[in-house]
Design a protein around this ligand. Sequence first.
Ligand code: GTP
Ligand code: ZN
Length: 186
Amino acid sequence: MDEAKIQKAVRMILEAIGEDPEREGLRGTPLRVAKMCEEIFSGMKEDPGMHLEVCFTEEHEEMVLIKDIPLYSFCEHHLLPFFGKAHVAYIPRKGKITGLSKLARVVEGYARRPQLQERLTTQIADSIMKVLNPLGVIVVIEAEHMCMTVRGVKKPGSKTITSAVRGLFRSNNATRAEALSLIRGK
Ligand SMILES: Nc1nc2c(ncn2[C@@H]2O[C@H](COP(=O)(O)OP(=O)(O)OP(=O)(O)O)[C@@H](O)[C@H]2O)c(=O)[nH]1
Ligand SMILES: [Zn+2]
């Protein structure tokens, strides 16, 4: 990432809003924002699907669900956070399973870049389909968008729910219903 360029840009924004970038509280801000960008957009430099390549075989052809994975991403229209939870389930094919943390890492890798909630949901599902080739995948994301709370339409508390459904979860209503009820169940 071009840290110097980010610092220059932040300094310009501060000047443009009428601030003094040299005052004590702001002197370190361009560098802080540059470091923050490294962190919050760290997914830019990875292929999150690679985490799933760490997989093993276990006789299990039933659903595996990780729910309530905390999620922080950044809306590509305003670069403001959207945040909430991701729920990811898959049904292994021929016992090909992956580490549970790896599924959360895939969510993280796609979240840490300028995103749209719909694209994030699709990318997670498609990368699991591609690398693990499971019998099915379902990804549900529920999130609140700060671009809809602190500005614009100003509707705090409103939640956007997106899903991506692949394989058996799409073709078999009972399997999909089971996943959704486990996701909803508290
Ligand atoms: N589909 C989708 N839309 C998003 C997402 N994040 C933000 N948006 C929307 O993208 C649109 C951006 O258009 P703008 O007109 O610049 O945004 P806005 O000022 O918030 O919109 P209005 O208040 O309706 O005028 C808005 O409708 C946002 O709510 C997302 O993840 N998915
Ligand atoms: Zn936005």
